[in-house]
Design a protein around this ligand. Structure first.
Ligand code: SAH
Length: 367
């Protein structure tokens, strides 16, 4: 049986193993509401020491057995940490006392820690990868951003100190250089650091800079990809970014800084689906630029706001109408824009939002 399958609230748990290696197990049990006791390191060996002067193996085993029996007398569960730990008489003592015995792998113990950049996905905890969840479970420190699914963070990373480095209204974000220092400092203190980012760490997430900062400081770093909002948020509105015979490529653009004319003309020339992140502020510039470079006013456009939240909203119109309509329905960030024929595949579940844009909805329906 796995420890994660057991209800720990109010239970007394004896953890057997090296304290450093057992730190995640201890943290998880405490977070789940268990009372945790640690077995003294001498439990097995002191039996052996005194046994040497008495009467051989049997007496030593008996003494170790008695020690374990005393230690587990009033516990509900024993967890042995470390795959190769051998506590010979513990198993026998547990089965006699009918106390459940589980094993858990050791937490890594090293002088220098490590940093893991984790993609938290687009906001739905169900879209986090199993690798991300495992990294959070093993974390000592988590530095997280505004757009990550943070409500369940304490549960997902029960042994970790949680540090919010993202922007919230009225609270200034930790500057990028400050994030680099925090990552490096915590890792140099031997901690397992998770840098949790929205979507994928390498899609407009400054993940590359953070990897470079760790490498420069000699801190081991790895990246766990996440589901990017560039694909998942359109999908949440039923829009496929590619579709056979309609679009065989898609371009993901940052709207953080307006595109220049060379970029705009290349973009129009590609005839790909265009997906824009961080594009609400620069939408008027983008729409005007694409039209100026020859993209038709009739091309469908979707704006999907707050994907995967209970207030997700999809607004559908055309390139010619988008600026007026976005301002009329007060489109706000975070939102993903999709420009291209694939927008016609938007799911009917979003009809309420589509109807809001009455003229455009009719226009798209009639074509
Ligand atoms: N690394 C992230 C993107 C970071 S840029 C990723 O791969 O998804 C932040 C932008 O992502 C936002 O401005 C918005 O355009 C988009 N975004 C992220 N999550 C979103 C969501 N749940 N709904 C709508 N847009 C989202």
């Amino acid at each position: 049986m796995e420890v994660s399958d057991i209800e720990l609230l109010g239970r007394t748990v004896l953890v057997v193993g090296h304290t450093g290696e057992a730190r995640h197990t201890i943290a998880r049990c405490r977070a789940a509401g268990a009372r945790v006791r640690l077995a003294p390191r001498s439990t097995e060996s002191s039996g052996e020491r005194s046994g040497r002067n008495v009467s051989g193996a049997q007496a030593r085993d008996q003494e170790a057995h008695n020690r374990w029996a005393t230690l587990i007398a009033d516990v509900d569960l024993v967890i042995v940490v470390g795959a190769d730990a051998d506590h010979g008489m513990l198993g026998a003592a547990c089965s006699e006392a009918r106390v459940l015995l589980c094993r858990e792998p050791a937490s890594p113990v090293s002088l220098i820690g490590q940093v893991t950049l984790v993609g938290g996905g687009p906001g739905d905890p169900g879209l986090m990868t199993t690798a991300s969840i495992a990294a959070l479970r093993a974390a000592d420190v988590v530095l997280y951003d505004r757009l990550v699914p943070s409500e369940r963070l304490a549960e997902l990373a029960p042994g970790a100190e949680l540090i919010d480095v993202g922007k919230t209204p009225g609270h200034h974000a930790v500057p990028q250089s400050g994030i680099h220092s925090l990552l490096v400092e915590h890792a140099l203190h031997g901690r397992s650091v998770v840098r949790l980012k929205g979507g994928d760490p390498f899609v407009f997430g400054r993940g590359g800079e953070e990897v470079a900062a760790c490498r420069e400081a000699g801190v081991p770093v790895r990246v766990l990809s996440g589901v990017t909002s560039a694909i998942a948020v359109p999908a949440a509105a039923g829009i496929p970014v590619t579709h056979r015979d309609v679009s065989r490529m898609f371009t993901v653009v940052s709207g953080h800084v307006p595109l220049d004319d060379v970029e705009l003309s290349h973009l129009v020339g590609l005839a790909s689906t265009i997906v824009v992140l961080m594009g609400v502020g620069t939408l008027p510039h983008l729409a005007a630029g694409l039209r100026r470079h020859g993209l038709s006013d009739a091309v469908p456009v979707a704006i999907v706001e707050r994907g995967f939240s209970s207030s997700q909203r999809t607004t559908i119109t055309t390139l010619g109408e988008i600026v007026g309509i976005a301002s009329r329905v007060r489109v706000r960030s975070p939102a993903v824009l999709v420009i291209g024929e694939v927008v016609r595949w938007a799911a009917s579940a979003d009809v309420a939002a589509v109807e809001l844009i009455d003229s455009a909805a009719v226009l798209l329906a009639e074509e």
